[in-house]
Design a protein around this ligand. Sequence first.
Ligand SMILES: Nc1ncnc2c1ncn2[C@@H]1O[C@H](COP(=O)(O)OP(=O)(O)OP(=O)(O)O)[C@@H](O)[C@H]1O
Ligand SMILES: [Mg+2]
Length: 501
Amino acid sequence: MFEFGALWSFTSTTMASLMFLWPMYKQFVPYQLRDYLENTLQKYLDKFFGNDSNFVCIRFPEYTGEGLSKSRAYDEIRNYLSSISTARAKRLKAKESKNSKSLVLSLDDNEEVTVVFQGVKVTWSSTVGTKENNNSFSNEGRYLTLSFDNQHREMITKTYLDHVLREGKEIALKNRERKLYTNNSGSDFSSWREGRWSNVPFIHPATFETLGMDLDKKEEIKKDLIKFTKGKDYYRKVAKPWKRGYLLFGPPGTGKSTMISAIANFLEYDVYDLELTTVKDNAELKKLMLDTKGKSIVVIEDIDCSLELTGQRKKKNEEDEDEEDETKKEAEKLLKKERGEKESKVTLSGLLNAIDGLWSACSDEKIIVFTTNYVDNLDPALIRRGRMDYRIEMSYCRFEAFKVLAKNYLENESHDLYGEIGRLLEEVDISPADVAENLMPKSDEDDADICLRRLVKSLEEEKKKKAESEARRKKKKAEGKEKRGETKQSEKTPRKTVKKI
Ligand SMILES: Nc1ncnc2c1ncn2[C@@H]1O[C@H](COP(=O)(O)OP(=O)(O)OP(=O)(O)O)[C@@H](O)[C@H]1O
Ligand SMILES: [Mg+2]
């Protein structure tokens, strides 16, 4: 009885002291010493209970063994842990993201978090090495440790670690600052310093919601894009590189460039704006393409003006018509030579190879976009299916597109003038850019009513112009007919005379 009482009083005193001392220990003992003490204690306890063979630890140092290069695996695991820690860890570390959009939370140093994966419990801990080796030159500076029961070794080292790295990579892609790249010209001084592409943050605000176009067409495009992004296995199955070509064509100001930004924002892709005229030759073009990363859009704007990509295949009779143009182009070439500018030697076949030659399988998930005002001017080989898989015609502004623009610019969804505007838009070909210009308030006094009236006025003017030009065209045609009639008559007369003779 006495012994039980003594044991009880010893246990309760020890527990009370521990409860009292624990917070002080946590607060006052430096974490390096705590780390050491806890690890040693753990080792003895494991030995005592015969547990030491059951636990496996994998250490992931921040720096790789090779000099100062940062370990990619460490970064990916940290990304993976950031979302888990935010929900579960007691101590977190906050850092401002690169684009300062938000704070990024991660597991604090010397803190741990437990994760259950497929029913198996694993523990991640984040450690800062001891003082002697805690410097930037040491591989032991900071590291993450994964510990788990030995019986799950196979599953954790294969399935779970794969899952962690994949998730980490995806999180990094989501959090990254998106870029707009442009190619440096070969002769540019900066090209060898900065690489083939220069970049700036991509911050264009266009989205599919703000894009004025036929709603069904918009939905169709979005569906196609989503299908593409989920198509990794499909493309592998059909043995095709994971890429898709879009051809955007239509008159100026109909939203082709805006559509590219909307696609980039929708898919969260980078954009490579390729200026073909500054690419020296086919070899450089190939290198540029090889230097692009996945999850990106490679854009060649105004492809019909970029290079003479149709020249070699022109029919004979067209060549005569273009003789005058040729002379002009020759003069321009000479002028360029005099100025020391280099002529691009990229050819159609070079471009075709760069788009879907062997290189295209080198990086995944890439969209190639061509834009043009004159689709008929392009060589059929350049825009055949398989190369340009999806053709999108950006057309003049009709009522549905107008409603989107009115909502964007005026925050207006209905008005008495909508009926009249709808009718006029069916009769007149006006670009969304022109409609947008009319809808944009020019002063603080400009309200929706004033802007819509201004639009009606310019639509009516367009209608009048169209009627006038139609009348002129008809008149010309009639005059032409008349002339031809006269000529024929005058041609016929001598023939008849000849016959008579
Ligand atoms: N469909 C549209 N929806 C919303 N805004 C548009 C649309 N089309 C044009 N705009 C507006 O007009 C401006 C010019 O459009 P954009 O540059 O996209 O036309 P584009 O078709 O690329 O013209 P170009 O053939 O001359 O390059 C844009 O900044 C945008 O504000
Ligand atoms: Mg454009």
